[in-house]
Design a protein around this ligand. Sequence first.
Ligand code: SF4
Length: 194
Amino acid sequence: MRFSPEKLNIPDQRMKPFIDPEEIWMLIKNTRPDKVRVREVISKSLDKKRLSLGETAVLVNSVGTGLADEIKQGARELKEKIYGNRIVLFAPLYVGNKCTNNCQYCGFRVSNRDAIRKTLTDDEIIKEVEALEDNGQKRLILVYGEHPDYSPEYIAHTVKIVYGVKKGHGEIRRVNINAAPLSIEGSELLENRG
Ligand code: SF4
């Protein structure tokens, strides 16, 4: 399944909003699904196919159809199909807290003048990963604010460092990324170089 930003009303550009609230509200206000349509969307979901915005609006507006339990059951089934009964824990490693955004709940927000901005050096990343390996951690999530300094190239560079750190019997087997949304080219670069 490939993400197709070229089909969105607002083009996918790095550091620019891409969510179109008008389109979302138009769909929510004008979608009045019946039972047949809701079941079609549940079934598409269970086939692990990505739902369009319009199809998501069908589920959001299904209140009058009395199918809430079928939607919940579908969600449970889909979760079982994809994840089973697994819970995966991972440790966070904060690589850098520079951010150009201003989410009110987040200490990284640009308006937070009290924050000391820091990006780990390569050596500091290595030391942090060694400490995490000493602690028995095998899975990490690397956290970066949304900032031009944290380009796909930079993220790929840090991921490579992390995978390269082996201390004693310790090693990191899985690295997750918490960063700004990436373009298709950025994701591909990360996949190939990370
Ligand atoms: S780090 Fe993420 S959540 Fe925090 S202000 Fe930046 S974009 Fe928002």
